[in-house]
Design a protein around this ligand. Structure first.
Ligand code: NAD
Ligand code: UDP
Length: 345
């Protein structure tokens, strides 16, 4: 399949040569790793809508083929089944590295592979960027702040992270990825962009994703108990997917001097209990709230300071939690009424 992709890149280059107006030169060959996942599938859609050639690369561990099924007919869209812990070689202009399980139960299921994905995966993609001259964006995370002692979290805060707890494969993996990005930038001049994404939700999350928004909505829609971990006083800030993708694309297009890290998230802060109450209210569910043990090292509070994104990217989220939740509830409502065999695709 790599040969096929290279052949297509050559075709695009040939088309550029026959295009003295230069129109097609603004269109890029863009690699999206983790492109079949929740955020990645929305990003592929946005980049295709802008006219780019998109290569979606995924190992389909948490990603779903149904997330990208509607893009299959677009001839500028290619899908590669590949795991980024192994080296890869493609001709590309830009790389968005989103490949990594993001939900605690999924990234903890195979913690060694999660660390490998963050560290070896980033290394492989940075080597690709160094060889091709591609600009590369890393989907980093608010988890690099750990259980933060500074609130809200600013990019200059170094964080409070356990190096050997159940979350460490993800938190430390993502921190090491940031280190690699900066070292490739400083040593090899690779153009890097690092965004720290705060809790983002929306359509195309998996019903069994395990993160709080999808759990509460699925529980509410199916009449199951709503599981609050701990007493529900811990806080998170929830960003709707469309807002986040807008910020991500702006970051990639920003001047090369802006490496980041830049926080992207919605500064509205809610307790987990407030979230449960909103979901119950919006679904009209009769589900009962129950409490389960708080996971080890669960951060007490989280809210992004987005001053840098507002200043440098002229970006701020627009979608209120209630509106984003309504759209996500509609998505799950449609999904859960489909036959079980379709949900496995
Ligand atoms: P997701 O689990 O839906 O998507 C991750 C995708 O990466 C999946 O398609 C999965 O199959 C793929 N993948 C995982 N390991 C891979 C590997 N080794 N090789 C190739 N593909 C691999 O999660 P998401 O919410 O869409 O997150 C996307 C990215 O954004 C992740 O890197 C995550 O760390 C980051 N992020 C997300 C959030 C959020 O709230 N959604 C917050 C912070 C950071
Ligand atoms: N949480 C919860 N019930 C659930 C899933 C999660 O109360 O069914 C809590 C979890 O303990 C955490 C918060 O919701 O305090 C956000 O969890 P999530 O896994 O969505 O993201 P993260 O902890 O990575 O921010």
């Amino acid at each position: 399949y790599l040969g096929k992709i290279r052949a297509r890149s050559v075709l695009t280059a040939a088309r550029d040569a026959n295009d003295p107006s230069g129109t097609s030169r603004t269109l890029k060959r863009i690699l999206v790793t983790g492109g079949a996942g929740f955020l990645g599938s929305h990003l592929c859609e946005t980049l295709l809508a802008a006219g780019h050639q998109v290569i979606c690369l995924d190992n389909f561990s948490t990603g779903m083929r149904r997330n990208i099924a509607h893009l299959k007919g677009v001839d500028r869209f290619n899908v590669i089944a590949h795991d980024i812990v192994h080296p890869l070689d493609l001709e590309v202009d830009e790389i968005y590295n989103l490949a990594c399980p993001a939900s605690p139960p999924h990234y903890q299921a195979d913690p060694i592979h999660t660390t490998k994905t963050c560290v070896l995966g980033s290394l492989n993609l940075l080597e690709l960027a160094a060889r091709t001259g591609a600009r590369i964006l890393q989907a980093s995370t608010s988890e690099v702040y750990g259980d933060p002692n500074v609130h809200p979290q600013v990019e200059s805060y170094w964080g409070n992270v356990n190096s050997f707890g159940p979350r460490s494969c993800y938190d430390e993996g993502k921190r090491c990825a940031e280190t690699l990005f900066f070292d490739f930038h400083n040593t090899h001049g690779v153009e890097i962009k690092i965004i720290r994404i705060f809790n983002t939700y929306g359509p195309r999350m998996r019903p069994d994703d395990g993160r709080v928004v999808s759990n509460f909505i699925v529980q509410a829609l199916t009449g199951q108990d709503i599981t609050i971990y701990g007493d529900g006083s811990q806080t998170r800030s929830f960003c709707f997917v469309d807002d986040l993708i807008g910020g991500m694309v702006r970051m990639m297009a920003s001047p090369s001097s802006l490496t980041g890290p830049v926080n992207l998230g919605n500064p509205g802060e809610f307790t987990i209990r407030e979230l449960a109450e909103q979901v119950i209210g919006l679904t009209g569910s009769r589900s009962q709230i129950i409490h389960r043990a708080l996971p080890v090292d669960d951060p007490r509070q989280r809210r992004p300071d987005i001053s840098l994104a507002m200043q440098e990217l002229d970006w701020r989220p627009k979608i209120e939690l209630s509106s984003g939740l309504r759209q996500t509830i509609d998505y799950f409502d449609g999904l859960l009424t489909r036959p079980a065999r379709e949900l496995e695709a």
